[in-house]
Design a protein around this ligand. Structure first.
Ligand code: NAD
Length: 318
């Protein structure tokens, strides 16, 4: 008798309990690699595809998946999925939008303090026996004296702003293309140009799309205060990385902390790699134990779609 259980392809890893739930409803196939050619071959007969950040579910991949009913993205950004193409083909897309809000907000605030106090530079100097030089050169600015500029006052932007306003007594200004509604902390909306000119720390929390690609380019950087700090825990493509490297090298910007890059990983020869006053982390924003656990919940929504139920966290609502 033919096996009519749905075929579920896991392009990236999900935890054991998520796998168990999926095995209860379908035949689960796990991939060793999620490059485009592997994905294309794997989706040919599949009903559900689960991905995290590394898989690119392009229109071309979708064209190889005639039976696909649902894509589950464990995570927040949907820039690695051609959502429009999925929608055209009647393929549901579900994800876990709030799963990593606290994890990314914690990292963002940590990056601010690390830049202001130069943790990494001090660590290196202490290990090199330059204890006194490190101590004598350490004149930090305090968070409470600074203005934070948030671009994208969505879930993560609000979580960062709340921490910085309520916890560190910073002034908060922000820019968004839609009103965030009533905020439970003090914050002033500004145009992007006003924000660039007023903020001491600019933190990006926008999705990557056509309106945000290279949002921070050479023109924008010229409008920043000279001693400002730039933090990016959103997506690498929101910053023109060559312009950022030049601004750091010329001293037009004091420092930058980046969790995300374009491309990822950044090649060793990229000009940002030897730019001064930088702090890099390898796209770890969402990688807390709690955040990763919440991303596994996407399997519940995938199963709902396979069972003909409406998803709880769809990428769009009609
Ligand atoms: P969200 O949708 O809640 O918030 C995004 C906000 O950006 C929205 O309020 C939106 O209106 C605003 N926005 C969109 N275009 C804009 C523009 N051109 N100018 C100003 N504002 C604009 O999303 P979120 O949950 O806060 O996540 C934000 C992004 O963070 C995600 O899209 C993802 O790319 C990134 N992210 C990164 C990590 C990581 O590991 N570093 C983890 C999770 C999310």
């Amino acid at each position: 008798m033919p096996d009519r259980r749905p075929r579920i392809v896991l392009a990236e890893s999900f935890d054991a309990s998520a796998m168990e739930k999926l095995r209860a409803v379908g035949n689960v196939v796990t991939l060793d690699a999620c490059d485009e050619s592997n994905l294309k071959a794997a989706v040919a007969e599949c009903d559900a595809l689960l991905v995290r950040t590394r898989s690119r579910v392009s229109r071309e991949v979708l064209e190889c998946a005639p039976k696909l009913r649902v894509i589950g993205r464990g995570g927040t950004g949907l820039d690695n999925i051609d959502v429009e193409a999925a929608r055209e083909r009647g393929v549901a897309v579900v994800y876990t939008p709030g799963a990593s809000t606290d994890a990314v907000a914690d990292l963002t605030v940590g990056m601010m303090i690390a830049l202001l106090r130069n943790f990494v530079g001090c660590d290196h100097m202490v290990r090199e026996g330059k204890f006194r030089e490190a101590r004598d050169s350490a004149y930090a600015r305090e968070m409470s004296a600074l203005t934070l500029g948030i671009i994208g006052m969505g879930r993560i932007g609000r979580a960062v702003a709340r921490r910085c306003r309520n916890g560190f007594h910073m002034s908060v200004v922000y820019n968004d293309i839609v009103s965030p509604g009533l905020l439970d902390f003090a914050a002033t909306p500004l145009s992007k140009a006003q924000l660039f000119g007023q903020a001491d720390i600019i933190s990006l929390h926008v999705p990557l799309n056509e309106s945000t690609r290279n949002l921070i380019d050479a023109e924008a950087l010229k409008q920043f205060k000279k001693d400002s700090l730039l933090i990016n825990t959103s997506r690498g493509g929101t910053i023109d990385s060559l312009a950022l490297a030049s601004a750091l090298k010329s001293g037009a910007l004091a420092a930058a902390a980046l969790d995300v890059f374009d491309p990822e990983p950044l090649p060793a020869s990229h000009p940002l790699m030897d730019a001064p006053n930088t702090l890099f982390t390898p796209h770890i924003g969402s990688r807390s134990i709690h955040g990763l656990a919440r991303m596994n919940d996407v399997v519940d929504d995938v199963i709902r779609v396979l069972q003909g139920l409406p998803p709880l966290q769809p990428a769009w609502t009609d």
